[in-house]
Design a protein around this ligand. Sequence first.
Ligand code: C5P
Length: 281
Amino acid sequence: MRAAVSRLAPAKINLTLHVTGQREDGYHLLDSLVVFAEAGDLLTLRTGPGLSLDLIGPCAAALAPEPDNLVLRAARLTAAQGVAFTLDKQLPVASGMGGGSSDAAAALHLLAEARDLPLPGTEALMRLGADMPVCMAAPAPQRMRGLGERVDPVAGIPALWLLLVNPGQGLSTPAVFKAMTQRRNPAMPDALPDCPDAESLCAWLAGMRNDLQAPAIALMPQIEALLADIGAQNGCLLARMTGSGATCFGIFTDETAMRAAATALSAPGRFILPTRSLPSP
Ligand code: C5P
């Protein structure tokens, strides 16, 4: 057995997030195009007594400690023992980038790889969180439907220069869903168009939506100004919020424009991450 194995838990970005209905149990039906960034948290697995989790990194302080952390809840699904995890938390929590689910998915992949433990089924994953199935399928672009349990790889999505900006405050996902005024919205078309480059993809994305953006703005009005600021930067092709917020992203024509925007938008208390999303294989 190797002494330590590490895996990136990439940031998740919802390029679109259509809310198409609500079930009687309150959960919402979704249709979302998801990509993953080259950047994220880093999870390391070592041998140790029992099952433990150490939190380090710039965003660790805001995180739920043992025993409730999603990494440990995921590991318990596999009855893992003799495992000491270290999570280097680089992404802000409650930020719409799927951090907790991405960390938990990385834990399950590490346990499968290093300890030969089986990956849990979709039902068990959904009990951990609706973003778990899509995060298990990372890092290739995916379309997520149903409550999050239906995940299909999407072909033809190019790599994107992505600037992620979080205003420095968390938003509660249930609160954002609750603030929706219109819960039945059109889905994306059945067949997604072929978009060979960022320009054509963004032209299509502009006609799509994140239906959680308006309720998030109602709860946190500075998101609207942030989106306008990102959209006004040179080379910005699209500005939108990811997930239930409050992180917003800009898609840029090229790396130079993205890095210039990162400098222009940096402000005290803001989290800014210039990165790139991974293309379809
Ligand atoms: O599954 P997860 O813990 O990520 O969901 C957080 C909250 O988001 C849920 O409690 C629910 O309020 C809302 N949600 C929803 N419909 C979904 C996924 C999440 O209403 N499909």
